[in-house]
Design a protein around this ligand. Sequence first.
Ligand code: GNR
Ligand code: NI
Length: 174
Amino acid sequence: MPYIREIVEDGHPTLRKVAKKVDPKEILDPLFQQLIDDMFETMYDAPGVGLAAPQVGVSKRLFVMDIQDDDHPPAVMINPKIELAEEEVEMTEGCLSVPGKVGEITRFRRFGLSGLDRNGEKIRIEGEDLLAQCLQHELDHLNGVLYIDNARNIRPAATEEEREIAQAASAEAS
Ligand code: GNR
Ligand code: NI
């Protein structure tokens, strides 16, 4: 059964490491499949639209995401590689590992990654706006980067909209 893992926060050393490539032979291992299930469970509990393995203290190159959009089902991305990056725009962003805060960051409005899914099959995920933003945010986590490294005007989430972006953050910031 999947369980909710602890989400580590800014200051935890695992968030600052460049995560290790996953050996494709490891993907079908029941323990690896359990990690994926637990990451979904943890993401939905938070709640968040994405979660990278380093956020649960596992320094491996994978993340899960679900932007809750009819066109984009829940996905697992393992060993991602950039395939598309177009049109820089400013976006408001938050992170479960930096609870209660939001900031402005420059992101590509259209972005795409290729990699492996949970069956070890090649996949490509690309899209725009929130999907593109989430792909970039999760890829950054795999490289030891937090959005606060590049964001401007980092502040406590104050408005309803900012709280929604900060997600679980709002619960903890009270
Ligand atoms: O749940 C999340 N929401 C979010 C909102 C704007 C930009 C990025 C994100 S990702 C975040 C979950 C998270 O921290 N994933 O690493
Ligand atoms: Ni994050």
